[in-house]
Design a protein around this ligand. Structure first.
Ligand code: BDR
Ligand code: CA
Length: 316
């Protein structure tokens, strides 16, 4: 099975992804590291603790970066995920649980040293924690088994600007470090996450047999809020949503459902295009050296298409 550290900014689709991972027999979530993004980092940590405890599971949670590596932090998009990240829950049950005393980056480095070659990082928020961990331990790419990102976009338009996906846009400098580090890296971005649309009714159907479970009630509340946002932003979708972050885990357990291409990925660091993931789809064949594209940049396996029906079946 895959020993995973889940790096996340929960977040409605982050919550879906967490529950997908916890339910999947081939995934063992050995830790959760939190980041700012959909919410502030203290809220992300509170949500990670809450979601795991609601589901009756104790997974170590280590709090991560509160702001981007270099960019000036923006305001969390409360209108997408709710001010609390879970669709503005009317109440929260009491729960116990505290974050680790070490930071997210320290947690990642410690686990990587303790289990060399065994840890997979699944990162579905802004990439500050992976960036800091790389600075802390330059050998990290050799110690980590693989990295799967929900991040970026190549052909599909962006979701925070015409060219940028939110996780990369939130911390472009950290993302560029991650794409350049030289580990086994896969990018699951909007090119595929925009092909998997889930209706709120679909979630209600899935949850039918467990309606009374507080984890399910919470998830359904959050999903409804998220679908309300999408219905306003993308009326053509109906009362439905993208389930972005789940797809990083789907890729981990079923990479055969994706069509991929390997190439160098760099991030646009400033200006109107900041946060754009630029992919050299001709890596190896053409040299772009005159424009600063070094020939030896590590390549990323970029997901460009997905088998939507199989993907939905797996999620179900
Ligand atoms: C990504 O941004 C966040 O809002 C989602 O949780 C997802 O990780 C999609 O662009
Ligand atoms: Ca996320």
């Amino acid at each position: 099975s895959h020993k995973v550290i889940f790096d996340t900014d929960p977040g409605v689709d982050d919550a879906m992804a967490l529950y997908f991972a916890m339910a999947h027999p081939a995934i063992e979530v050995v830790g959760i590291t939190t980041t700012f993004g959909n919410v502030t980092v203290p809220q992300a940590t509170a949500n990670a603790l809450y979601l795991t405890r609601l589901a009756g599971v104790k997974i170590p949670v280590a709090e991560g970066g509160a702001m981007p590596l270099m960019k000036v932090a923006g305001k969390p998009p409360g209108f997408i995920h709710g001010d609390d990240g879970l669709g503005n829950l009317p109440t929260r049950l009491a729960h116990s649980g505290q974050a680790e005393t070490i930071s997210a980056a320290e947690f990642i480095v410690t686990m990587a040293r303790q289990y060399p070659g065994e840890i997979t990082l699944v990162a579905v928020g802004p990439l500050i924690n992976l960036g800091l961990a790389l600075k802390m331990e330059p050998q990290l790419p050799k110690l980590i088994k693989q990295v799967v990102l929900m991040a970026g976009t190549v052909i599909e338009p962006g979701n925070v600007s015409p060219v940028a996906e939110a996780n990369v846009w939130n911390d472009p400098h950290a993302a560029d470090l991650v794409f350049s580090a030289g580990w086994k890296l896969a990018m699951v971005g909007l090119d595929v996450t925009h092909r998997v649309i889930l209706e709120s009714a679909y979630f209600a159907g899935l949850a039918q047999h467990h309606q009374q479970h507080p984890a399910i009630t919470t998830l359904l509340h959050a999903v409804n809020f998220y679908c309300d946002f999408y219905q306003a932003a993308r009326p053509d979708l109906g009362h439905a949503c993208y389930c972005h972050d789940i797809l990083a885990f789907v890729y981990l357990v079923a990479p055969e459902l994706f069509q991929t291409q390997d190439g160098r990925v760099r991030v646009q660091l400033d200006g109107l295009g900041n946060g754009q993931t630029m992919m050299d789809r001709h890596a190896g064949a053409l040299a772009y050296a005159q424009s600063g594209w070094e020939a030896h940049r590590p390549e990323t396996r970029v997901c460009l298409q997905v088998d939507t029906a199989q993907c939905l079946a797996l999620i179900e």
